[in-house]
Design a binder for this molecule. Structure first.
Ligand code: PLP
Length: 391
């Protein structure tokens, strides 16, 4: 094969963007996540980012990041096992462990990497992983790379999960993997019951709380607090790039596992450590959550409800949501793109999901209103939504 022919294999099918006249992907953002953001040169209301608590451009978080840059510079130019493990790392790992109520924590450059590295390290061909069929790509890719047996269970369906567990004998270890908040839907896993099933069938539960940490629970501590799961013996992962408003991923749980990952998980050991600014920014967010979560949560919940009502008034079909997410059921990928386009043209940035991120023909447009937005902006957004519904 000639070099030219080789590269010809890599074409992106952009027909959908051409037919609908809109490509919603890779918008160029020319501002921070402020009251209004600037996307592709236009001022817009951001209902697309996962900035649930609205802390991504908070002055206190920015200041903490700047101070860390002053002290440590922008990078430690090394992996955590070499020169990257500054004191901020150790302090943040301790804070995250006590925040989620688990023994120990290790921080990865991203949760995608954490999820990928985890299964590689803990599972192999003698094991079975039973996983919710809507689980995030980072979990699925990680599970596939472990070379173990895989069985999907129907989304949040305990009876189906139990049936699989009853039939799953003869493995070295069975794992049950799920997410807390499924962000394309807004649904929440019945994780307490899943943990109980795991105890009955001696399976190891693994929860990805990426959209739950900083969002769920009375103090924002996530799914374990929300569902009053005491003495959790399983494995916990989460992204620090959503409500926590920075970047990175964490794995928490038993000290022996965390120590093992720190030395043997290649996704951590061979990748440059998170920069100091991110570690300091994350710590600042945890401090804000600890002192202000009640007030912030009220705003998140109110905004979600106000947007939900405007969607219903606008004639949209919205998935029932238990999280601060509104997910509009659009059907075909064309319909999904067209709705995202109409919102975009009226000044709202949204997130469209089409297959393979959601099942074929079940396109979604997701709206998340960050708690940093003012009531005036939410009113403006609801008016736009109702108008778009009439188009
Ligand atoms: C459920 C879930 N897990 C993991 C990730 C990956 O997190 P990160 O962005 O930190 O790599 C995401 C991000 O989209 C997610 O939604």
């Amino acid at each position: 094969m000639t070099l030219r022919n080789f590269y010809n294999r890599f074409t992106v099918d952009k027909r959908l963007a051409e037919v609908t006249g809109h490509n919603p992907y890779y918008p160029i953002i020319n501002s921070g996540l402020n009251e209004k953001i600037v996307a592709n040169g236009h001022e817009m209301i951001d209902l697309a980012s996962n900035n649930y608590l609205g802390l991504a451009a908070d002055g206190r978080v920015k200041r903490a990041a700047v101070e860390a840059v002053e002290k440590y510079g922008v990078s430690l130019c090394g992996t955590p096992i070499a020169t990257g493990y500054i004191d901020l790392f150790q302090r943040l790992e301790e804070k995250l462990s006590s925040f989620v109520g688990l023994q120990e924590t290790v921080i990865f450059p991203s949760c995608y990497q954490a999820n990928n590295g985890l299964f590689n390290s803990i599972a192999g061909p003698q094991d079975l992983i039973v996983v919710d069929r809507f689980a995030h790509s980072s979990l699925i890719q990680g599970i596939k790379s472990a070379g173990c047996k895989i069985r999907p269970f129907l989304h949040n369906n305990l009876a189906h999960l139990e049936g699989i567990l009853q039939r799953s004998t003869g493995y070295r270890q069975v794992f049950v993997v799920t997410e807390s908040v499924f962000s394309t839907e807004g649904s929440i896993a019945p994780f307490k019951e899943i943990v109980e099933l795991c105890e009955t069938y001696h399976a190891m539960p693994v929860i990805d709380d990426s959209h739950g940490i900083g969002v769920l629970g009375k103090s924002g501590q996530g799914i374990l607090e929300e569902q009053a799961i005491e003495g959790y013996q399983g494995i916990y992962t989460a992204s620090l790039g959503k409500a926590i408003a920075n970047s990175g991923g964490m794995i928490s749980g038993d000290k022996r596992l965390i120590d093992y990952l720190k030395y043997y998980c290649s996704h951590l050991v061979y990748s440059t450590a998170l920069p100091p600014a991110v570690l300091a920014g994350t710590e600042a967010v945890l401090d804000i959550i600890q002192s202000e979560f009640g007030v912030i949560k009220n705003r998140m919940v109110t905004y979600q409800q106000e947007i939900y009502e405007s969607l219903v008034d606008g004639g949209f079909t919205v998935a029932p949501s238990e999280a601060p997410i509104n997910s509009i059921q659009c059907g075909s990928k064309e319909a999904t793109f067209i709705l995202a386009k109409k919102l975009y043209e009226k000044g709202i940035l949204s997130t469209p999901f089409i297959e393979p991120s959601v099942p074929l023909g079940e396109g979604r447009v997701r709206l998340i209103a960050g708690a940093n937005l003012t009531q005036d902006t939410i009113v403006e957004a609801t008016k736009i939504i109702k108008r778009v519904g009439c188009l």
